[in-house]
Design a protein around this ligand. Structure first.
Ligand code: DGT
Ligand code: CA
Ligand code: CA
Ligand code: ZN
Length: 603
């Protein structure tokens, strides 16, 4: 965390506490100041050293806030903030993670009931105490109770899009060390889960100490959690990063073991047991000639085994027997008569049988994408012109680029969306921009799916466009049945080509709609509408499970970034790996097709 981030975080905490104690206006001023301090190009400690006037030069930072910033940089503290914390000793971040609970609510519930953290909030709601507080009703209490589990989980897990760049940085750093023979990520991040508990790294090397030392010196490491001989853990950007070091000839077995998931590993180990083999993090061993001596410690946790004396829920972690594989991960799978299983599939959802029967899908790859079907420009809420966005698509080697600015309608605030007249104007602008860039530009729109599944743009306008993405932006709290009806009606709309971010979820932010994904998938397949995997790492929507249902129903998938800026086109990789988690093949993906292929789908 840079000092600018640190100061901004303090100012935001200040704002929350002020708001919780009922102060008006000031919280907004503190939040604006925090934002500008965070984005300020110069290090805040340098400005603070020059004095309050230099700090107050930052946009939106007034004299009073500048004085507090200087105080903080000089003393490591803001006296007034410390006072507020004592007045209101609450876990603000934990409590406000609950949808519908803001700083004001936190203040009221602390005053009335002494609630300081999530556990106490839950207990108060369960006891029916919240509805007794003035300004709160039974409905609010019920909502709070419903939203606590989601909040709890979101506090514990990091979004893939936040963790992956940290992991990539660690990979590059470790790959540069002389003693490192190979390095890989493993765990949930290698499986590209939407959220991750911690980042796992695996290094193959004959050395141990120099690597542990290099790892704890990794510039991104904010703190060392532990440093042993074969492993170490640090904290980077708020996330735990675990490193394990193994001998090069055991790298494949360790990679297989530490990639997980646990359920996948149990299934694979059962297959080994069936073949009189033993699989653990050191290798695959032939144990036919080894005296069976039950280790007797771990209790069987899984019923997956056939009961023939093997306990596959936890491996027998010894190097006993003749080693038949372990140097490469592929070798481990092959020795079990399986095709190597792509990490994204390792969730014990049929991939072990598929690999054994040679019918794993040939998954879509990042290089397969030939264009983005959902992007924005400064005609709606994007920050860049049509030509700038299209040029960025051309730079990425795409064969086409589709502009889909927001239409007006529910969920569009502040006049962001285009009305029918503006769409017509934009058509001319697209034609003009197309002359400036090396890539064909298609004119699309992102229409809004209202609560009943209708669209807020008229048919005539939609018919004239090359492509229509339709997405839900409002009424995201409706129940599952209503959501199913809504999305089915949207995909059946004759002009809709792509169902955009179908659930509207924000990872760690809001759960979004909970439709019957099979029903939506079947309707999409029948009406020839593609289901989007929105690659924005805050969304990853549809998720792997939804994609799987879509692929199984025979529906088409579109992997789109929803980019509002050129660099956001690079988020495509998150979408591709999410589609892979849903077993999507190249042929399933609409924008892996040529421009002709795309056009024939659209017509
Ligand atoms: P996460 O970090 O919660 O997102 O999920 P994972 O899958 O990365 O889990 P993690 O970090 O606890 O461990 C990484 C992998 O290592 C896990 O997927 C399976 C394997 N593993 C680690 N510890 C054990 C264990 O005690 N038993 C078994 N069977 N597998 C383990
Ligand atoms: Ca992990
Ligand atoms: Ca771990
Ligand atoms: Zn969009």
């Amino acid at each position: 965390m840079s000092r600018n981030d640190e100061v901004a975080t303090r100012l935001e905490e200040f704002a929350d506490l002020l708001e919780a104690t009922g102060v008006e206006y000031k919280p907004t001023a503190y939040r604006r100041a925090a934002e500008n301090v965070r984005d300020h190009p110069a290090p805040i400690e340098g400005l603070a050293a020059e004095g309050e006037d230099a700090v107050a030069e930052i946009d939106r930072v007034g004299d009073a806030i500048a004085a507090k910033i200087v105080e903080y940089v000089e003393t490591g503290d803001m006296e007034e903030l410390t006072g507020l914390r004592e007045e209101l000793p609450v876990d603000m971040a934990g409590l406000t993670a609950v949808e519908g609970v803001g700083p004001k609510t936190v203040g009221s519930l602390y005053d009335a009931l002494g609630v300081t953290d999530l556990d106490e909030l839950e207990a108060a709601a369960e006891a029916g105490e919240i509805q007794t507080v003035s300004g709160f009703g039974a409905k609010t209490e019920e909502n709070i109770l419903d939203n606590i589990p989601f909040a709890r989980e979101s506090r514990e897990r990091t979004r893939l899009g936040d963790a992956r760049p940290v992991a990539d940085d660690a990979l590059a750093y470790l790959a540069d060390r002389d003693a490192v023979e190979s390095v890989e990520v493993c765990g949930s991040i290698r499986r590209w889960r939407a959220t991750i508990g911690d980042i796992d790294l695996l290094v193959a090397s004959e050395a141990r100490e120099p690597i542990v030392e290099a790892f704890t010196d990794w510039p991104a490491a904010d703190a060392t959690i532990e440093a042993g001989t074969g492993k170490a853990s640090v904290r980077a950007d708020g996330t735990r990063v675990d490193l394990r070091i193994v001998d090069p000839d055991e790298f494949g077995a360790a990679l297989q073991y530490f990639t997980g998931s646990r359920a996948h590993n149990v299934a694979v180990r059962n297959r080994a047991i069936d073949r009189d083999l033993k699989l653990n993090e050191y290798g695959l061993f032939d144990v036919r000639d080894v005296d069976e001596e039950p280790s007797g410690d771990a209790e069987p946790e899984d019923e997956a085994d056939d009961g023939e004396g093997g306990d596959a829920a936890e491996p027998d972690s010894t190097r006993v027997g003749e080693r038949v594989a372990g140097e490469s991960e592929d070798g481990v799978y092959r020795a079990l008569d399986m095709d190597p299983v792509p990490p994204e599939l390792r969730e014990d959802r049929g991939e072990v049988a598929a690999a054994a029967e040679g019918r794993l899908p040939s998954l879509v790859e990042p290089g397969d994408l030939r264009g983005d079907l959902h992007t924005h420009t400064d005609w709606s809420d994007g920050g860049f012109s049509i030509a700038e966005m299209a040029a960025a698509a051309a730079e990425r080697g795409y064969d086409y680029h589709v502009v889909t600015d927001h239409a007006t309608g529910p969920g569009m605030v502040g006049g962001v969306g285009l009305d029918e007249a503006a769409v017509e104007e934009q058509a001319a602008a697209i034609a003009e921009a197309a002359d400036e860039v090396d890539v064909p530009i298609l004119h699309g729109i992102e229409a809004n799916v209202d609560a009943d599944g209708g669209l807020s743009t008229d048919d005539e306008t939609l018919a004239a466009l090359d492509l229509v993405v339709a997405s839900p932006h409002a009424a995201l709290g409706q129940d599952g049945d209503a959501a199913t009806e809504r999305l089915v009606r949207a995909v059946e709309h004759p002009h809709v080509d792509v169902l955009g971010h179908p659930t509207g979820r924000l990872i760690n932010g809001r759960p979004g709609l909970d439709p019957d994904v099979e029903a939506v998938a079947e309707a999409a397949a029948a009406s020839g509408t593609a289901i989007e995997v929105n690659a924005n790492p805050a969304r990853l929507d549809a998720d792997g499970e939804f994609v799987r249902a879509a692929v199984e129903a025979g529906a088409t998938i579109a992997v789109n970034t929803d980019a509002h800026a050129p660099r956001e086109l690079d988020n495509a990789r998150y979408g591709i790996h999410t589609a892979r988690r849903g077993w999507a093949e190249t042929a399933d993906v609409l924008n892996a097709r040529s421009l002709d292929g795309l056009r024939s789908f659209l017509s």
